[in-house]
Write a protein that binds this ligand. Structure first.
Ligand code: ADP
Ligand code: ADP
Length: 229
């Protein structure tokens, strides 16, 4: 469950300036595909199209064979778990921010998700910018910590499809490794589309697609791409 297919997708925000010029690829159910390429290549556009934020001009985008034009945005949001680059947390404890992924989750499930994402140390704090009723200040979380909160939320939600936008800015090596380990756990056996900014972080992907100026310039496994130079 959860096969994504893009078939000859053409898209432009402005008709004068095509962004995607006939993109075709498939993410088979349970596999991981990474999209890499220079800034402005159209990577984030692909994730926006998957959520139907914009309509494509021609071609088709399907999930399990069903054209997403026939699927509501609400149901797309339910089946695709998004881990964005920069997660906005709302004014409640980190615990509640995680629980929001699935309100019906048991205490054990929430604790397990928090453990996997390694956020247990600060789970009872409020996010930065907020204060408790007794005036205690919220915790300033790093980009990596915020992303881990989003990962915990997604672990709890357990959607069939995972859409991941890797951080552009360099995280320190330890944070990057921690996030990578948590992501490996969430993405295992789940259809995963990763927008990657560095080839080095998607070594294990089943396919890497190199996007350049709205076209697929190269595709293959990590080792194939290195061999091709
Ligand atoms: P498979 O479907 O072959 O079991 P996985 O979904 O487990 O593959 O992911 C394979 C590899 O892809 C992971 O080990 C990891 O290196 C890479 N990967 C998965 N998700 C991400 C991600 N969010 N960011 C970077 N790399 C990822
Ligand atoms: P990437 O994620 O690879 O950096 P994007 O998909 O964000 O690239 O953007 C691809 C191109 O589309 C860029 O030239 C960008 O300026 C343009 N673009 C992105 N969003 C919009 C928008 N909402 N309206 C018009 N142009 C946009």
């Amino acid at each position: 469950e959860g096969t994504i297919s893009f078939d000859n997708v053409h898209f432009a925000y402005d008709p004068e300036r095509p962004i995607l010029k006939g993109i075709s690829f498939e993410v088979p159910a349970g596999k991981t595909v990474a999209i890499v390429g220079p800034s402005g290549a159209g990577k984030s556009t692909i994730s926006r199209l998957l959520f139907r934020f914009y309509d494509i001009q021609s071609g088709s985008i399907r999930i399990d064979g069903k054209d997403i034009r026939d699927v509501t945005q609400e149901s797309l949001r339910a089946s695709i778990g998004m881990v964005p680059q920069d997660t906005v947390l709302f004014n409640d404890t980190i615990l509640y921010n995680v629980r929001y992924g699935r309100m019906s989750a048991t205490e054990e499930e929430v604790t397990r998700a928090a453990e996997l994402a390694q956020i247990k140390d600060f789970i009872l704090r409020l996010p930065d910018g907020f204060r408790t009723m007794v005036g205690e200040r919220g915790l300033k979380l790093s980009g990596g910590e915020k992303q881990r909160v989003a990962i915990a939320r997604t672990i709890l939600k357990a959607p069939p499809i995972l859409m991941l936008d890797e951080a552009t800015s360099a995280l320190d090596t330890q944070t990057e490794q921690e996030i990578q380990a948590a992501l490996d756990l969430v993405s295992r056996d789940r259809t995963t589309l990763v927008i990657a900014h560095r080839l080095s972080t998607v070594i294990g992907a089943d396919e890497i697609i190199v996007l350049k100026e709205g076209e697929i310039a190269e595709r293959g496994r990590h080792a194939d791409l290195l061999a091709a130079g």
